[in-house]
Design a protein around this ligand. Structure first.
Ligand code: MN
Length: 138
């Protein structure tokens, strides 16, 4: 009988890496503080282009993607990330301040798995992140 021993993705000793793509300095710092307090490793990008490049370079476990971004907007950046074999399986959660009824479909069509409204509520923000980290396909 073969036994394969490996660390599962739920192993608490493995720190999960989250990429925050957000152009607003205050929002980005706020999310960094909340995530670091929860022991996540945080990577940050200030525009869509940097976000795509960092996703490819660092292969984070999860991406939080602002929608209104300079250079490449969040929807476009998500489509690029999802179309690339090396990053396509990374869950992307959209962040936006002005979602209207029906906007969620636009985020989902771009490849986002969920949407978090801004301003963020700390508890539901962390709960949603945890949900998508736990269900990430291997
Ligand atoms: Mn923005």
């Amino acid at each position: 009988m073969k036994e394969v021993i490996r660390l599962s993705s739920s192993d608490r000793n493995i720190s999960k890496r989250i990429l925050v793509v957000e152009d607003n300095d205050v929002n980005r710092e706020l999310m960094r503080e909340i995530l670091e307090m929860s022991s996540y490793e945080v990577l940050m990008a200030k525009d869509g282009e940097e976000g795509v490049n960092m996703a490819k370079e660092h292969k984070p476990d999860l991406i939080l993607m602002d929608i209104q971004l300079p250079k490449i907007d969040g929807l476009q950046a998500t489509k690029i990330i999802k179309a690339d074999d090396s990053t396509g399986s990374i869950p992307v959660i959209a962040l936006t301040a002005y979602a209207m009824k029906g906007d969620e479909n636009i985020f989902l069509e771009a490849g986002c798995c969920a949407y978090i409204p801004k301003p963020i509520s700390v508890i539901s923000f962390l709960e949603k992140i945890k949900t998508y980290l736990d269900t990430k396909p291997e």
